[in-house]
Design a protein around this ligand. Structure first.
Ligand code: UDP
Ligand code: MG
Length: 137
């Protein structure tokens, strides 16, 4: 069993997709072990995406990620990291397969509905960024 961090980004919350996204994870074998709704400050978004701090899209991305409520989830399952990335689809919704979350609902390269850890190392940083030990049931 493996765990990964998922975020429903502000565009996903604004589009009323919380239930749809969570149901999609559950129907595809990922179990929700932690869940919360919160609104990141710009600084908190910058800390979360620090790996991208030298990328041209960093400022815009962190402004977007602090523009509204998000939902943070820890998902568990066999190969959960890879599985979640498959369910999410490609970063650019225009390239994402139909039937994936981004393929179905993504508005653009930035507003692509969900985040998912891309490796074990990322998950080990990202899960405790949002959830204390007590919250990781
Ligand atoms: N992003 C962007 N422009 C780009 C690439 C990425 O705005 O050219 C945003 C997009 O919201 C993406 C996030 O930055 O989800 C993180 O980028 P990454 O390459 O890690 O993509 P992901 O892991 O989310 O698929
Ligand atoms: Mg990434």
């Amino acid at each position: 069993m493996e765990r990964t961090l998922s975020l429903i980004k502000p565009d996903g919350v604004r589009k009323n997709l919380i239930g749809e996204v969570i149901r999609f994870f559950e129907q595809n074998g990922l179990r929700i072990v932690s869940l919360k709704m919160l609104w990141l400050s710009k600084k908190e978004a910058e800390g979360f995406y620090v790996v991208h701090k030298d990328r041209p899209f960093y400022d815009s991305l962190t402004t977007f990620m602090s523009s509204g409520s998000i939902v943070a989830l820890v998902l568990e399952g066999e190969s959960a990291i890879k599985k979640n990335r498959e369910l999410m689809g490609a970063t650019n919704p225009a390239e994402a397969l139909k039937g994936t979350i981004r393929g179905n609902f993504g508005g653009g390269i930035e507003e692509n509905v969900v985040h998912g850890s891309d490796s074990k190392e990322s998950a080990d940083f990202e899960i405790p960024y949002f959830f204390s030990k007590l919250e990781q049931i």
